[in-house]
Design a protein around this ligand. Structure first.
Ligand code: LER
Ligand code: MN
Length: 272
């Protein structure tokens, strides 16, 4: 497993669960000094990433891009794949496709979290799931044509009512035609929704493509009450080799949260 830490470039997400908020250069420098393998980026849009600048920083600091989030499409514009408005669904797909393009040029996947939307108003659950499936079919195949998976993240009940746990998520993805979509398991959401995080991850065998490494209080692992050892054992057991990426609040400050994350990561991986 590999370590990653989040950098948000989105001012509207300043109070969100991202460690670094002061630009790519600052975030990459800190990530590399602490020994992270990669950074996960939360841009306001695809074209906000200066590709030459990012490539220079990755080269200088020996970092990779773990993933690029699309959530700003929801935070800034309120676009989602399950909006009742067809034009909004189209804007959501275009926004995500552009992020798949830029992520793929850094050999990284894009994440669909908040942009999945939720069942609301007059829209039935059946209809919302049909729109979600339509979006994931198109975007999953598009990501696959770039040699990348598309990461679909189930969220806790306060953020979506579409999918909140591993098992129903895997069941839904299993019924899609595209094989381009993998599951993002965020340990913070799972702490709210799953009875047993390790058992739930085992159900995700073969499907888990990315992990958000967060304690029960959405702070660095070691700050809350999540028992991380059985989770790491379950991830090993399903042969998960992807990132443990810290999507957490910068508390008490960004550097302390980042340092505690890398120390926890090393301790986790040192255990047998
Ligand atoms: C996105 O990765 C996520 O976990 C959501 O809670 C939106 O912040
Ligand atoms: Mn997450």
């Amino acid at each position: 497993m590999k370590s990653a830490i989040t950098i948000s470039l989105t001012p509207q997400a300043r109070s969100g669960p991202f460690v670094f908020h002061d630009g790519l250069a600052d975030g990459c420098r800190a990530a590399s000094q602490l020994g992270f393998d990669a950074v996960e980026i939360f841009p306001p849009a695809a074209n906000a990433i200066d590709e030459a600048e990012l490539q220079g920083l990755l080269d200088r600091h020996a970092l990779k891009v773990a993933a690029i989030g699309t959530g700003a499409g929801w935070v800034i514009h309120k676009w989602s794949l399950t909006s009742a408005d067809a034009a909004v669904r189209q804007r959501a797909r275009d926004f995500i496709r552009a992020i798949i393009d830029v992520a793929a040029s850094f050999d990284a996947p894009a994440i669909i979290g908040s942009m999945q939307g939720k069942v609301e108003g007059d829209v039935t659950r059946e209809q919302a799931l049909a729109w979600l499936a339509e979006g994931l079919e198109e975007l999953g195949d598009y990501a696959a044509s770039h040699g990348q998976p598309l990461l679909y993240e189930f969220l806790n009940r306060y953020e979506t009512n579409l999918f909140n746990r591993v098992a129903p998520t895997v069941d839904f993805l299993h019924h899609l035609k595209t094989r381009g979509v993998q599951v993002l398991a965020d340990l913070f959401h799972m702490n709210i929704e799953e009875a047993d995080l390790a058992a739930a991850l085992s159900v995700g065998r073969g499907w888990i493509g990315h992990v958000h490494f967060a304690d029960s209080n959405r702070q660095a692992i070691g700050s809350g009450h999540t028992q991380i050892e059985p989770i790491i054992a379950a991830l090993r057991e399903i042969c998960y080799e992807g990132y443990l990426s810290a999507e957490i609040f910068p508390l008490p400050d960004a550097l302390t949260a980042a340092r505690q994350t890398i120390e926890s990561f090393r301790r986790c991986l040192a255990t047998k």
